[in-house]
Design a protein around this ligand. Structure first.
Ligand SMILES: Cc1cc2nc3c(=O)[nH]c(=O)nc-3n(C[C@H](O)[C@H](O)[C@H](O)COP(=O)(O)OP(=O)(O)OC[C@H]3O[C@@H](n4cnc5c(N)ncnc54)[C@H](O)[C@@H]3O)c2cc1C
Length: 427
């Protein structure tokens, strides 16, 4: 296992040590395998933690859980030669004997019979080109970098670009660091994630009645979802139950939409989907509301027009969506929280860009990731599956749309492992 991040089973999501960075999926849906839904819950109990299945716990617990689970499995597999290296893979190429050669940050080539790429999320794309010209202490292009809050004074003026789940995390990090200064959170529509219920586990068995049609037009799909939500409420359920029900069907719905309709969805409807579907833990929303009510946080809808340094600070010019008024804001730091990119060029390690140049991948034409076949083999630029080269992770969005959270990722991870093992010429 080659891992540029160093720590196993943590990634960007579960590497945080803040007790206030919470999972946005309840305990009962975060088990590492769908076959043992109580596994995470039981692990928490074994740690002496008393939670319910519907609770939203610290993300760091989840990293500990995955790490423990992996170690426990390895202990039972004395036949397995397991090595983990803190190394970045920079290039992969085909080598003799149907093998792959991997060039790593240690300046060496490794060979492998099979390769599974599970690189996680890419850095966010810059929301305006002028931001990239700002000094590093004024513009944090990637809020997950460990130095994102370095030398930030407690009364600094901060602008967060993006008002989604990453903004909620950054608000927590600022608060944890003792920051008391003003914060403007700015996004095109100014919409924030909706909250989960405090008991997010819906009553069992609720599904939209009758067969769920697969519309080929977006407007029909939206009408269908709205109707189902109204029906759910009329039947004494909650609109969120509709999302729970749709979730398993999302890949089929996505695949039923022609590319033109998918592009429309990304342009006009994605933000609504995201705020309803990617909900936040109630405590995270409460903390955001508290910051807004105390006057520390302002959430605005608008478009960035320009940014430039002004002494040691930054002047950010933006246009208000509501009244078209242009504002000049002077802040100390701008944090890009516009959300992970799925553009190949935004891969931190540049491995995907290299594969793209080598024509060893087929990027999604809508910029949603890469294409794989049914066995998760990466397609090359001509659309041919590559034996022995697999992908699992959020870039499956291009084919499944719903592929970024544990309830889906664990299924993909399991399936990719199964396909890898069953391929011809076992290792
Ligand atoms: C902040 C955040 C919070 C989240 N919270 C939740 C949640 O509460 N519930 C939920 O279900 N989902 C959540 N997710 C989504 C998802 O569960 C996580 O992103 C999850 O960690 C994805 O797992 P992964 O293995 O695909 O990627 P990661 O966990 O990010 O692992 C990818 C690993 O690959 C390494 N890597 C990348 N490139 C290379 C390379 N070239 N060479 C070697 N190593 C490389 C990275 O260093 C990293 O360690 C969250 C995501 C984020 C970003």
């Amino acid at each position: 296992m080659l891992n540029s991040g160093g720590a196993i089973a943590r990634g960007l999501a579960y590497g945080t040590r803040s007790p206030n960075h919470l999972l946005n999926v309840p305990v009962a849906r975060m088990s590492w395998t769908a076959e043992q839904p109580n596994d995470f819950f039981n692990w928490l109990q074994n740690q002496g933690q008393t939670f319910h299945g519907h609770d939203f716990v610290r993300r760091s617990y989840y990293g500990d859980y995955l790490n423990d689970t992996l170690n426990a499995h390895l202990q039972h597999r004395s036949d397995l030669l397991w090595q983990s290296k803190h190394e970045t893979v920079l290039r992969i190429q085909k080598a003799v004997g149907e093998k792959f050669a991997l060039w790593t940050s240690e300046g060496r080539w490794l060979t492998a019979d099979r390769v599974i790429l599970a690189l996680g999320n890419f850095a966010p794309k810059s929301p305006h080109h002028s931001l990239d010209a700002l000094p590093k202490q004024n513009y944090v292009a990637d809020p997950w970098q460990p130095d994102a809050y370095d030398s930030l004074s407690t009364d600094a003026g901060v602008c967060i670009i993006g008002t989604g789940l990453t903004m909620l995390d950054v608000l927590v990090s600022l608060r944890d660091g003792g920051h008391r200064g003003p914060v403007l959170a700015l996004s095109r529509r100014g919409l924030v994630p909706l909250a989960h219920r405090s008991n997010e586990l819906p009553p069992p068995g609720w599904l939209p009645s009758g067969p769920w049609p697969m519309p080929a037009e977006l407007r029909h799909l939206f009408r269908q979802v709205r109707r189902a939500a109204a029906q759910a409420v009329a039947d004494g359920f909650d609109w969120r139950d509709v999302w729970v029900a749709i979730r398993a069907k999302t890949p089929q719905l996505w695949q039923a939409l022609p590319e033109r309709e998918r592009a429309q969805f990304l342009r006009h409807a994605q933000i609504l989907w995201d705020t309803h579907r990617h909900r936040a833990a109630p405590a995270s929303i409460r903390s955001m509301k508290h910051a807004a009510e105390s006057g520390k946080l302002t959430i605005a809808a608008g478009r960035i027009l320009h940014s430039e340094t002004e002494g040691k600070r930054v002047r950010l010019r933006w246009r208000d969506r509501k009244n078209q008024q242009v504002h000049d804001l002077i802040v100390d730091r701008i944090l890009n929280c516009s959300g992970p990119s799925s553009r190949i060029a935004d891969d931190r390690s540049k491995l995907f860009s290299a594969l793209d140049r080598q024509q060893m991948l087929l990027p999604c034409s809508l910029g949603l990731g890469v294409k794989v076949d049914a066995a998760y083999r990466l397609l090359d630029s001509s659309g041919t599956p590559q034996e022995g080269l697999y992908y699992a992770g959020p870039l499956l969005k291009s084919q499944h749309w719903e592929a970024t959270a544990v309830p889906e990722l664990r299924l993909h991870a399991e399936a990719v492992a199964r396909h890898c093992l069953s391929e011809r010429n076992p290792i």
